[in-house]
Design a protein around this ligand. Structure first.
Ligand code: C2E
Ligand code: CA
Ligand code: CA
Length: 688
């Protein structure tokens, strides 16, 4: 990696910014002229590694003090840090980035002078005008309504604005719409903290484009003033240069494809895009050349390298077909392709076959004709993924599954392939024991009707208390229970116990709220399910309105005529039907129109987002409006904060469930009067 940087020493040497590359022990592998000057590194270290023992103590201490998360792998701005050498204090504005696991690149510039200058501007009033115009950087003074009160000459030089159109105008008018929020934040923060804030903002220039300006934002120190100074430097070119540099070091030398580091970044970006609703899905294809080791062993490494290069160039053909494609080499003979789409118009199987077709053309390598195959593992990016790691692990698991099937196969990740914490044989026998001994308990989580802030029903959640392993959460056993068929017994156990609870409430004249039961898609394959329900309802003297059932989209996806028939029968019996985890699967309007669904439960991941972004909020609002138009009610899942509750209520959400209201409770603790009182204590008015 370092060599690719050192191939361009001229560009690096010329910039008026420090660039340093170190390993994890802070041995310096490279430092440009500027960095040598500021950090006091002798010039003669060139082309050798400058060991940290040889660094002056101050430089070493400074490098060591940089705290960053290397797992993040993105440029991190560390802000303005003090570098104390023997002679003086220098203020450096430092950014850091991990190129590879053990290697860091640092960018910094000396901002001591800028800050000193700003200080003198605001303290020495009499020199003000002179200094104000003498600064080569642009300087603006802005008040609380964002009006430009003053602008120095450099503003006109840099942006080409005309004075008469600058003074008295709103600064916000000149700012790129995506940067307006940052602009506001810098303003607020500088006033609140009385500290210098730094940020990159795109500002309109006279040529009609945007210049990237790095602003140092500083509040006027006089009391009660809402005036703030914006000192700006045009970094448009430097910014483009930094991006170029990063691009260079993120490329794989052999194939010129992106490196693994960029793969993580690109996936993190796609996860964001998904959350903002800008794309509807993305797919990751892990591609591994079958028996590549044989080529290396029999024809030598240079033949191996040629194969990799040729395959890489064939893989890039895919970007001509799918426009949103990202290709990386992620290891010896392993590649990753990421394809995103705005609508579900992409078929991953078709893509697997296309990739395999690239391999079916004969390769001529050093006079040998080779016919290769590849194995492919696919994972589908949906909203349930919070970071790149898990989704890549899933692609890798799918790749292993494909390899198990032999050469030239592909496999799409399914949840059942998950690595398990427990050995599944062991778990299966524990589960059997648990079913025999009824080692399950049923918890209830209250659900509030937001219209009148009162508990309107509850969800039944199953708990397994293992005699040595303690509480085993449902996500760890439901799936196995489904695979082994034990889910039918567990499902029955829950149904019976929910009915018993309801009967008990009736007997004791307690107010009764309906209980919603989670049903696995497999339970719908049992043609006797509706009969079972009617037997239990009758036995426990319950009405069908007392029982609600929750199903997931996977049931609808499987779309077996049979399951749908069972669902329709349950609905006709008078049971209320929920679509659970709405948004995490292949949510489609179609389902809502064609299936007898009464209520949808918006998945927690969406609810988390309403406070985090405008888009997150708009998505939930859109779901609520859409449901309303279909006369379907909406439950918000995982409501943890009052702000979420209030926002949801405002946009017409019908019901809320989550820790803000209550965690799931042992059924004995589910006391409606107490729970409703708690709602009153939370300030939610209860009119009962
Ligand atoms: P689910 O049906 O989506 O259930 C909601 C899950 O979210 C529950 O986890 C609940 O405890 C949790 N939860 C509720 N409010 C909040 C909140 O504000 N914050 C957070 N972080 N979590 C919240 P639990 O009980 O671990 O259940 C997990 C999943 O296991 C359930 O997801 C459901 O799919 C399955 N499951 C649970 N009980 C049963 C059952 O009896 N039968 C079947 N087939 N599946 C079940
Ligand atoms: Ca549920
Ligand atoms: Ca759910």
């Amino acid at each position: 990696m370092t060599t690719s940087l050192l191939e361009h020493p001229v560009i690096l040497e010329e910039i008026s910014e420090g660039v340093v590359i170190t390993d994890k022990f802070f041995n310096i592998h490279y430092a440009n002229k500027y960095a040598q000057f500021v950090l006091g590194i002798p010039e003669n270290y060139k082309n050798k590694i400058y060991l940290y023992q040889n660094l002056s103590r101050s430089t070493y201490e400074f490098l060591k003090s940089l705290k960053f998360e290397d797992s993040n792998q993105k440029i991190q701005r560390l802000g303005i840090l003090e570098f104390r050498s023997e002679k003086k204090i220098t203020l450096l504005d430092v950014s850091i980035n991990t190129i590879e696991k053990d290697r860091n690149i640092l960018f910094f510039k000396n901002v001591t002078d800028i800050l000193g200058l700003m200080d003198s501007i605001v303290t020495q009033e009499n020199q003000f005008t002179h200094l104000f115009h003498a600064i080569p950087d642009m300087l603006l003074l802005i008040n609380g309504s964002k009006t430009i009160l003053m602008a120095n000459k450099s503003v006109y030089n840099i942006l080409g604005w005309i004075p008469s159109k600058t003074i008295g105008n709103s600064f916000e008018n000149f700012i790129h719409s995506e940067d307006k929020k940052l602009f506001q934040d810098l303003y607020q923060e500088s006033l609140l903290n009385n500290k210098i804030q730094v940020g990159l903002i795109r500002v309109q220039n006279r040529a009609g484009g945007y210049s990237i300006i790095e602003f140092y934002v500083y509040s006027d120190r006089s009391d009660d003033s809402d005036r703030v100074y914006y000192l700006g430097r045009d970094v448009t070119e430097k910014n483009q240069y930094e991006n170029l540099l990063l691009e260079k070091i993120s490329k794989d030398d052999l194939t010129k494809l992106s490196s693994k580091k960029y793969l993580y970044d690109s996936i993190e970006n796609l996860i964001q895009e998904l959350n903002f609703g800008r794309i509807s899905a993305f797919y990751i294809f892990y591609i591994d050349i079958d028996r590549f080791k044989d080529i290396n062993d029999s024809l030598g490494y240079s033949a191996g390298d040629s194969v990799i290069k040729l395959i890489a160039s064939r893989l890039t053909r895919i970007s001509a077909i799918y426009s949103k494609t990202f290709i990386a080499r992620i290891g010896g003979d392993k590649f990753a392709i990421v394809i995103s789409c705005e609508s579900f118009s992409i078929d991953p199987i078709e893509i697997c076959e296309l990739i395999q077709s690239y391999f079916s053309e004969i390769l001529n390598i050093q006079g040998h004709q080779l016919l290769l195959t590849c194995s492919i593992g696919v994972s589908t990016g949906d909203r349930s993924y919070k970071d790149s790691e898990k989704i890549l692990r899933h692609a890798d698991i799918a790749l292993h599954e494909a390899k198990k099937k032999g050469r030239g196969k592909y496999c799409i990740f399914e949840a059942r392939m998950q690595e398990r914490k427990y050995n599944s044989f062991q778990m299966e026998s524990w589960l059997r024991e648990a079913i025999d001994n009824s080692n399950f308990t049923l918890q209830l989580q209250p659900i509030v009707s937001m219209q009148d802030n009162i508990i309107s029903h509850a969800e039944a959640l199953c708990r397994w208390n293992h005699y040595t392993h303690g509480n085993i959460p449902p996500i760890e056993f439901i799936q196995l229970a489904e695979e082994t068929g034990q889910i039918h017994n567990i499902g029955n156990w829950i149904l019976i116990n929910a009915c018993k609870l309801l009967e008990g409430w009736n007997r004791n004249n307690r107010t009764i709220v309906p209980i919603a039961i989670n049903l696995s898609p497999l339970q719908f394959e049992n043609p006797n399910l509706p009969k079972l329900f009617s037997i239990y309802l009758e036995k426990h003297k319950l009405r069908p309105e007392n029982i609600h059932i929750e199903l997931t989209e996977s049931l609808i996806m499987s779309n077996t005529q049979h399951s749908i028939k069972v669902l329709t029968e349950l609905k006709e019996m008078g049971l209320t039907i929920y679509l659970d985890d709405f948004g995490t699967g292949y949510s489609s309007l179609n389902y809502l129109i064609h299936f007898p669904i009464d209520i949808i439960k918006i998945d927690k991941s969406f609810i988390d987002n309403i406070l985090l972004s405008n888009n997150g909020f708009s998505v939930v609002k859109a779901i609520i409006k859409m449901a309303e138009s279909l006369s379907i009610k909406v439950v918000a899942e995982g409501v943890e904060k009052r702000e979420q509750y209030e926002m949801l209520k405002e946009i017409g959400c019908n019901y809320a469930q989550g820790y803000f209201i209550s965690k799931p409770l042992p059924s004995d603790d589910f006391n409606l009067i107490k729970l409703n009182e708690e709602l009153v204590n939370k300030g939610l008015i209860y009119t009962g």
